[in-house]
Design a protein around this ligand. Structure first.
Ligand code: NAG
Length: 137
């Protein structure tokens, strides 16, 4: 019995599958805006642009931005139960002692909405304006 055609067929399926997975074919790239606000330190807001694939998560836009722009750095903590938690932005980290953290907001027409999930789950919409606001709890 010649298994080659079957093997070739499954190989091509695998390649198509892998290609689709890697490039996420069909997904549009959505531009987003990001503003970093720290009123507690009295610094002026910093505005950035990034992008995310349709259905992609916010942390991927942050990684893309960090690779492209020296002025943006961030760190996350991977909580086994709750996923990725934004720990620091541009060297400023939330602290239990000071009761500070980076609040995740979405702004539209001057209205701010708190994101209900973290950077590892949130899926930004096209042209969404995300605001990281350093604040206290
Ligand atoms: C951002 O944080 C500052 C400082 O805590 C606070 O005064 C302000 O209301 C926050 N902004 C929004 C939109 O929640």
């Amino acid at each position: 019995m010649d298994l080659r055609p079957a093997a070739l067929l499954s190989l091509s399926f695998l390649l198509v599958w892998a290609h689709g997975r890697l490039t996420h074919e069909g997904s549009a790239t959505l531009p987003i805006r990001l503003t970093v606000v720290n009123k507690l330190a009295n610094t002026s807001p910093q505005a950035f642009s990034s992008s995310v694939l349709e259905g992609g998560i916010l942390v991927s836009a942050l990684r893309r931005l960090q690779e492209a722009n020296q002025r943006f750095k961030f760190t996350v903590i991977d909580n086994p139960n709750f996923g990725l938690f934004l720990e620091s932005v541009n060297g400023v980290a939330g602290s239990d002692k000071d009761k500070t953290y980076w609040e995740l907001l979405s702004e539209s027409s001057g209205e701010y909405t708190r994101l209900s999930v973290g950077v590892g789950c949130y899926q930004p919409a096209a042209n969404e304006h995300i605001v990281f606001n350093f604040t206290t709890w």
